[in-house]
Write a protein that binds this ligand. Structure first.
Ligand SMILES: CC(C)(COP(=O)(O)OP(=O)(O)OC[C@H]1O[C@@H](n2cnc3c(N)ncnc32)[C@H](O)[C@@H]1OP(=O)(O)O)[C@@H](O)C(=O)NCCC(=O)NCCS
Length: 231
């Protein structure tokens, strides 16, 4: 993890000209464009009519406020259980290329939790982090999600948060996402289908696959993101 002195924010390098960064106040339109993309709506089962520019702005305001606290803890070298790296961003243009989500799975799944101040408990060895990601339609096709997710896992989840595992759920027909997860070292561990094994998530139709990577596995098992044509 590095610190941009000019912007006074932490960042994680992803590839030449791309970083993981926190949200910025000017991200509303780009965030709305990514989130209202038909492929992104289909992947998350969000009803298109329910997602508006106003909702995007409200979400962004909330995130910027809550991440300011996380960034402040990082600045002071203190631990917390959240990541402020919500955006895949072009550098130095600042263009938002995609979004990435990371959160600690709750206690009922056998993992830890933080106290009210967000400061981590001492035992982090069982913590599982769930990830999600989306890339703007214009930026797809160059393995950007794999590069971004790999950077998030190796830097944030492994080194900073010292997580024990990373998990993700994905629709079985979402081949780009499945391939991205597999290239980041996750493997399918469970399949849910509406008929005889419904997924324990709300609003999902169809079959859902649960992917997981235990972080003790060797990084040799993980494909190195390679530059492709067009980069
Ligand atoms: C998933 C997503 C982030 C991937 O974007 P990306 O990083 O640009 O991915 P790419 O287009 O480079 O494809 C990644 C891999 O999937 C493969 N892939 C893409 N579409 C595919 C398809 N329809 N069938 C099979 N493989 C496919 C690519 O060939 C590539 O694999 P390779 O490197 O071995 O060639 C993007 O498609 C997206 O934003 N989708 C909508 C949101 C979403 O589905 N999020 C995930 C929710 S779990």
């Amino acid at each position: 993890m590095q610190w941009d002195q000019d912007l006074d924010e932490p960042y994680i390098p992803v590839r030449d000209g791309v970083r993981l960064t926190p949200f910025h106040a000017g991200d509303t339109d780009a965030l709305y464009a990514v989130r209202s993309d038909p492929a992104v709506l289909a992947a998350s089962e969000i009803d298109a009519s329910q997602y508006t520019l106003v909702k995007a702005r409200e979400y962004l305001d909330r995130m910027i406020k809550s991440r300011a606290r996380v960034i402040d803890l990082m600045r002071r070298g203190e631990q917390n259980d959240q990541s402020p790296f919500d955006v895949i961003r072009s550098y130095p243009s600042g263009e938002l290329l995609g979004c990435i989500q990371l959160h600690l799975v709750e206690e009922n799944n056998g993992t830890g939790s933080s106290d009210q101040s967000g400061v981590m408990e001492s035992n982090r060895s069982r913590r599982e982090y769930e990830v999600g990601f989306s890339v703007s339609s214009a930026a797809r096709g160059t393995g950007l999600a794999q590069a971004a997710l790999s950077a998030l896992i190796e830097v944030m989840i492994v080194k900073v948060l010292k997580g024990a595992a990373v998990i993700a759920d994905v629709k079985d027909d979402n081949m780009a996402s499945r391939r991205t997860l597999e290239k980041c070292g996750l493997r399918m561990v469970k399949a849910f289908n509406p008929e005889d094994n419904p997924p324990p998530f709300e609003n999902y139709r169809g079959s859902i696959l649960l992917y997981r990577r235990d972080l003790a596995i060797s990084s040799a098992d993980v494909a190195t993101p390679a530059p492709r044509s067009g980069q």
